[in-house]
Design a binder for this molecule. Structure first.
Ligand code: ATP
Ligand code: MG
Length: 293
């Protein structure tokens, strides 16, 4: 099921022909909820091993339009994980200091130590999405040779991203890239909920409507981003996001698959240390006997 949503560079993404709900998968909601819970259990076990092992790290890149459910996906799928092993970073509009550096700078500072999982709630992909749709790069304080024409500018950036992800892969990281693909109708429904329910008001901002008006432009930018950066080492998953229960299942499955493939193991103790454990055990047992007397 998940394979259908995976882009690893061997085929092109055309958003118009990709589902935003579970209909075409003919699934049973009850069974899916059970499987999600099972996946979460397995993720927890593997994450514990990953942390103990410390040889490989996992970076989960989450991209989406507004109200596609990034925050709630993080909360529900990874909420139960040992907090010591997971870092969540939300990347908003860059600050002046961030803009004064190369575009990967702020992300590179958030790469986790190996053994950990980092979730990037938005990422360097914004630098080829919002920056492209709003032509923000035109105002960057950079020499002319670095800006040039839009096509060239973004073609280079896709290349930088592919190289960067390969660099991370070669340094012991896996990169799982997820685009939560929500439909325009569902976004409207969720925006209306955010406006109508006082406890959700804080999640809505006027600018969300301005971005919505650029729906088609964002579709094109997402397609180009996926088609130019999907690789075997760092594949994209374009997941239906209209039904949260189904999105959560697919996200849990994608995470479980990559963790399973990473195959983390508890470190093996050298024989000398195993022998030491035995000596320590005997010492502790002796204590008990002394106390009994
Ligand atoms: P929510 O779904 O709750 O609205 P969010 O991720 O949209 O969460 P916001 O604070 O609403 O969070 O928005 C963050 C904004 O920062 C997004 O509109 C995003 O496009 C923008 N942003 C991220 N990176 C950049 C960048 N490099 N340049 C300009 N804008 C950026
Ligand atoms: Mg927003």
């Amino acid at each position: 099921m998940l394979k259908k949503y995976c882009y690893d560079g061997s085929r092109k993404l055309d958003l118009k022909s990709v589902p935003t709900n579970s209909k075409s998968d003919h699934v049973d909601k009850k069974a899916i909820l059970e499987k999600t819970a099972e996946n979460q259990q397995k993720i927890h076990q593997l994450q514990d091993k990953l942390y103990a092992d410390g040889r490989e790290g996992l970076i989960i890149v989450l991209q989406a339009r507004d109200a596609a459910g990034k925050d709630s996906t993080i909360k529900h799928v990874l909420g139960g994980i040992n907090p010591q092993g997971v870092d969540v970073y939300s990347f908003k509009q860059p600050s002046g200091a961030e803009l004064a550096h190369d575009f990967l700078w702020r992300f590179n500072r958030s790469i986790p130590q190996r053994g950990k999982i980092a979730i990037f709630n938005r990422s360097y992909y914004e630098d080829v999405l919002v920056v492209r749709v709003h032509k923000l790069y035109e105002k960057y304080a950079m020499p002319k040779r670095c800006i040039g024409k839009a096509d060239e500018f973004f073609k280079k950036r896709y290349g930088h991203i592919v190289n960067y992800e390969e660099y991370l892969y070669d340094n012991g990281y896996r990169i799982l890239k997820i685009f939560l693909n929500v439909s325009k109708d569902k976004q409207k429904e969720r925006f209306l909920e955010r406006i109508e329910q006082p406890e959700k008001n804080w999640k809505f901002s006027d600018s969300d409507l301005a971005e919505r008006a650029l729906w088609e432009k964002y579709s094109g930018a997402y397609e180009d981003a996926v088609n130019n950066t999907a690789t075997k080492k760092a594949p994209w998953y374009v997941l239906p996001a209209d039904q949260k229960w189904y999105t959560r299942y697919l996200v849990s499955k994608a995470i479980l698959e990559v963790l399973t493939d990473m195959d983390p193991r508890y470190p093996e103790m050298p024989q000398g240390q195993v022998d030491r454990l035995q000596v320590c055990k005997e010492q502790l047992m002796k204590e008990d006997k002394k106390a009994e007397k």
